[in-house]
Design a protein around this ligand. Sequence first.
Ligand code: GLC
Length: 799
Amino acid sequence: MITNTELEYKGDLYPTALISFEHDQDTISFITKNGVRLMIQVLRDNMLRLRYATSGIFEDDFSYAVDKDHPHGFNQLKVEENETHVIITTEKFICKVARDDIRVGMYDLNGKPILEDEQGFHWEESFEFGGNFVKMSKTSRDQENFFGLGDKPTNFNLKGKRLSMWNTDQYAYGKDTNELYKAVPFYMGLHNNMSYGIFFDNTFKTHFDFCHERRNVTSFWADGGEMNYYFIYGPEMNDVLTTYTDLTGKPELPPMWALGFHQCKWSYYPESKVKEITSKFRELNFPCDAIYLDIDYMDGFRCFTWNKEYFPDPKRMVSELEEDGFKTVAIIDPGIKIDLSYDIFKEALEKNYFCRRADGPYMQGKVWPGECYFPDFTNPEVREWWSGLYRELIGDIGVKGVWNDMNEPAVMEVPGKTFPLDVRHDYDGHRCSHRKAHNIYGMQMARATYEGVKKYNFPKRPFIITRANYSGGQRYTSTWTGDNIATWEHLWLANVQIQRLCLSGMSFAGSDIGGFAEQPSGELYTRWIQLGVFHPFCRVHSSGDHGEQEPWFFGEEVLDITRKYVELRYQLLPYLYTAFYQYVQEGMPILKPLVYFDQQDVQTHYRSDEFIFGNQILVCPVQEPNVQGRRMYIPRGKWYNFWNDKLITGGKEMYVDAPLETIPIFIKEGAVIPKYPVQQYVDQLDIEELTLDVYYKLGKENSDLYEDAHDGYEYRQNIYSLRTFKLTGKEDEIILQQHKSGKYSAPYSTLKLKFHGLPFDIKRVFFENEEVPLEKLQFNAEEKTMIVDKEFGELHLVG
Ligand code: GLC
């Protein structure tokens, strides 16, 4: 029995027997004797939406999470009934609703259970607030495992956990801290090689129990609102996640510079300090694309102002940094300082844009500037106003990205560290209290920021990063995992959290590399960079009060090793950019946890150290001090050790060398990995040649390469290029074919092919089916390289 512990428990209520049901187009509505209504909407062949109304009246149908343009429609829908059930069949699965008590079960087309209600829907009336605590319980199968839920800093596999969603500023959180910065009420279950997803779209505080309270029961419930959830069937996790990401939306492509290395600290000031840092990067040839300004750039922490003593001419500074290849990213918090001589405060006050308490006073709370009021970002008019505030910062001064912080929302020195629950919100015209709007506040702030940065940076692409978010927030912004600590445990956590965010539709994520609080040793810093360069977002950040965290601070050895890894990230930019494209286009996660990569292999279900970066690079960070190597699991298939090209067969655990300058990296056999030359920042060089590392495989493998102008929107007019390299390996032959779509032509004209693992010496080459002398392709027998026209169609190498 799930009880609401904060209030006196009055007992749960349950639906009774079905009295009738109706089928209208995509929706089947049920009504019980005690007036409970269940509405099942068929959205896709593999997705249903289920809503329950305890007194027969549904709430307004409104969601911040669901993308209004999400694809829907199905191929097949059959509704039948028998004595015991109403049976809904789509092309992918079967849903049965019991006449006795409207409990719901989902089955595959062979009748195998995927997910069945245990008690199913039930509720507890909320006497204090009105409405209900809405609850759902499901039976869990043996060997069922659970994944998802956003940024939770706990074991990757969620079995046995009980967790809740309430966005919280958790400075220096730890392993198993429950509530963190984000609310992503979406998880995936996996059993018997069948995966499904549950998206509980409810912005109140939500709770999830994965066989914690009872061994064979999972449940989810909320402190208010509607039992409104989506059931998504796989059977592959990939189907579940891409359907979820379709539903809650995909971001636009970030500018490529946002995938470079970023340097941050609380805070770099004054201007001379900022320049000292950026110059040092260039002097030491350490690639870097962005420098961040934390709160001290402002005048007394007033958002959208500058401290003129530290930054007398921000526009000049930003443009000088830009000339040196640095984009400037500036922080903006939600708290607006109470100060009648501050324009923005005055305007928001006059226009009634600040949040108010239930009885009318403004919501007042302390943040960095001291006492503040807070804009109600759930009001569309406020969002419009907020987006307009970026005119000067972005449009005039030329700042390229915005970092939204403290938007859980965080309030200092008060119980709960946030707004009291009685605060009122507009919620886009569905007025409500903070109980309902809390988890959505940060997302709506980031949304308004996105609109503003996009508007004033156009035709360039916007870059936003936020700390708080809710499902669907990936449409507007990237994210980071907040105030972590410079400890080995936090390096482990960063690895788990970023993989989890990737499985929660929020792939554009990273951690504060090196740790925000406290100071890392050179060794920890090195290991963290080695992991961080494989995270979709790659930024060093620290609180600054424990020492420096620039790469040169830890001495020559650390500088050299970390530089090598950041250079590797820059070389892999076309590969990473392609993974971003697949995320943006298809909702595929940029990092693929092993369970996602190969769910059939049960060995992967409890693994979390190793992950696949993009589609074909296996990475395993070192997460302990003083080691020369580590054990890791190599997924099934054959993999080349990146460092020595040794081919190994996976499906087993093995020991891999990893002295300080190395972390285990493996390339899937058959992969074709595109590489740029090392640059100090994106677009520093006109790329004259693209390298393709071709890893031989006996058999076939496809690899993709997406390219465009790296910024701007021309790619939406078909000005992009998507190429597929099809590799076919035989005993003494390798065939490489290229298929291209899109109208973009990359500036370089040739490709340098570098072959790895060829089991034969190349004797003859056929180019577009005609034999050509090896010299014509500048074949280098020792390096195993050759140069071909970038538009080549087919190449045969014969031994
Ligand atoms: C919060 C942020 C941190 C930032 C600091 C000052 O703690 O999480 O990243 O540096 O505020 O703005």
